[in-house]
Design a binder for this molecule. Structure first.
Ligand code: F0G
Length: 474
């Protein structure tokens, strides 16, 4: 059979809001053209993130009821600890309420002011936590990662030459660890190969530096290794994931992604002395080491999610669902980051709207147009998110993207067809995308709180496409 079917059936449903264009126009105006300010009940298809928005399985929901809420030594913790040990091979497992709490705990303990922390491309919160202790986060992606249209299998790989040069030029004591993010969210959800990880391990050994994985999307990475790295084609996702973990000294995990849960995270590592120190520190902010800021039921759901996520049927469907959306957009001529990522499709905003300059915020303009046209919420990862001073002299960022992140087990193929149609409609009428400007911005993480507006009156042209919806921004 050629038709791909989701490897699960739906047991509980939640209605999705269907709105009119007039309602969306008003909502966007009230949200100051910032999609983070929109009430979620005015969003039809929500592709803002794939984090914490997973649909849990019947097994996970039933696990919630058997969660043991004991303060210390709960059996849910023991089950969770066992699941993480079996997956990673790391002896020490420290639960945290989400990924960034694990980052903060590790970096506050082993990273110091003036240190350098290299990685393929650090996620925002990883970078923020490194900078919080006065250190510098250094991105060393391979050059191809910066060329959206280039179709290569492992654009998440770390640039080995640049890592070697950095380690040679920096005193050992100034580089406490290297972090490799699998898959690389900052580079379009692209995977990292075992070959690259092994070479990074080699460099870390040569210079005596620790290697940690940011493992938020480890299972998606493992599946793409199976598809793209010949030596691993016949192996199970669990074996490949284990090979990834075997090459590192520990991992940071946001279980809100490949843990298939709505909240949770952990740190797991081999070093017992460091684990003891981390446990002492975690009591200050996260809680006792056997619950780490979570309820026993959350640990139960995570233990179960970490097993389910390695089901080949689940992963085959997950990666194909995202790839189908990407391939359909690509076939329609829409400029995207190639190849499709594991958890999201990234639109290349500058190629999408070449009539807009980088400081016209083309990504945000495109994201707003998608919302206005079809009620689809995406997220800008470009000038608005990564630029700094909101003035005509602001430096253009290197890449301007819009991410369509696909929640796990939430939307059907048909709903993603609707998204593809919405994007192609907006692309067909792309000259109607208006320049935006920032009216007000908070000092940090400006994309969350900024207020924006179109720079000039709405374009008169409004080509009608589907459902009476139309493209253009007002
Ligand atoms: N690492 C990566 C690679 C991530 O993508 C995220 C979160 C985190 C760490 C932090 O984890 O949210 O549990 O504290 N990414 C979300 C996103 C927010 O939308 O990509 P957290």
């Amino acid at each position: 059979m050629k038709t791909r079917i989701e490897p699960y059936k739906i047991k509980v449903v939640e209605p999705i809001p269907v709105t009119t264009r007039a309602v969306r126009e008003r909502a966007l105006e009230q949200a100051s053209w910032n999609l983070f300010r929109l009430p979620a009940d005015l969003v039809t298809i929500d592709l803002l993130t794939d984090s914490g928005v997973t649909a849990m399985s019947a097994r996970q929901w039933s696990g919630l009821l058997s969660g043991d809420e004991a303060y210390a030594g709960s059996h849910s913790f023991l089950r969770f600890e066992e699941a993480v040990r079996t997956l990673t091979g790391y002896a020490h497992v420290i639960p945290t309420h989400q990924g960034r709490a694990a980052e903060r705990l590790l970096f506050e303990t082993i990273v110091h002011c003036g240190d350098l922390v290299p990685g393929n491309t650090h996620f925002d919160t990883t970078r923020a936590n490194i900078e919080h202790v006065g250190a510098t986060a250094i991105d060393l992606p391979i050059a191809a990662a910066r060329v959206p249209s280039l179709d290569l299998p492992f654009k998440g790989d770390l640039d080995l030459g640049r890592l070697e040069a950095l380690l040679e030029a920096t005193p050992r004591a100034r580089v406490p660890l290297v972090v490799v993010t699998v898959t690389s969210n900052g580079c379009g959800g692209q995977p990292v190969s075992i070959e690259n990880l092994r070479a990074v391990r080699g460099l870390c050994d040569r210079f005596g530096v620790g290697l940690y994985l940011d493992a938020a999307r480890f299972a998606e990475n493992a599946w793409m290794i199976r598809q793209r790295e010949a030596a691993w084609s016949g192996r199970t996702p669990r074996e490949i994931a284990r090979a990834m973990f075997d090459l590192a000294d520990g991992c940071l995990m946001s279980a809100k992604k490949d843990g298939l849960v709505n909240i949770g995270g952990f740190l797991a590592l081999r070093d017992g002395a460091l684990a003891e120190e981390l446990k002492r520190m975690m009591v200050l902010g996260e809680g006792f080491p056997t619950y780490g800021g979570l309820a026993g039921r959350d640990l139960e759901a995570m233990a179960c999610g970490l097993e389910e996520v390695l089901d080949p049927a689940y992963l085959a469907d997950r990666i194909a669902q995202v790839a189908d959306l990407g391939d359909r957009l690509h076939a329609a001529g829409v400029p995207t980051v190639r190849p499709p990522g594991g958890h999201a499709i990234y639109l290349d905003s500058r190629a999408f709207a070449p009539h807009l300059g980088p400081l016209d915020l083309p990504g945000q303009s495109l994201a707003c147009a998608l919302y206005l046209h079809a009620g689809v919420r995406s997220v800008e990862i470009g000038q608005l998110m990564r630029g700094r001073n909101a003035s005509p002299t602001e430096e253009p960022v290197d890449l301007d993207l819009v991410r369509l992140a696909i929640p796990r087990r939430v939307y059907t193929c048909c709903q993603l067809d609707y998204v593809a149609e919405a994007v192609t409609d907006v692309y067909a009428a792309r000259e109607a995308l208006l320049p935006l400007e920032i009216v007000e911005q908070p000092p940090a993480l400006r994309h969350f709180g900024a207020r924006l507006r179109p720079r000039r009156a709405p374009a008169p042209r409004e080509p009608t496409r589907t459902n009476g919806a139309s493209v253009g921004q007002a």
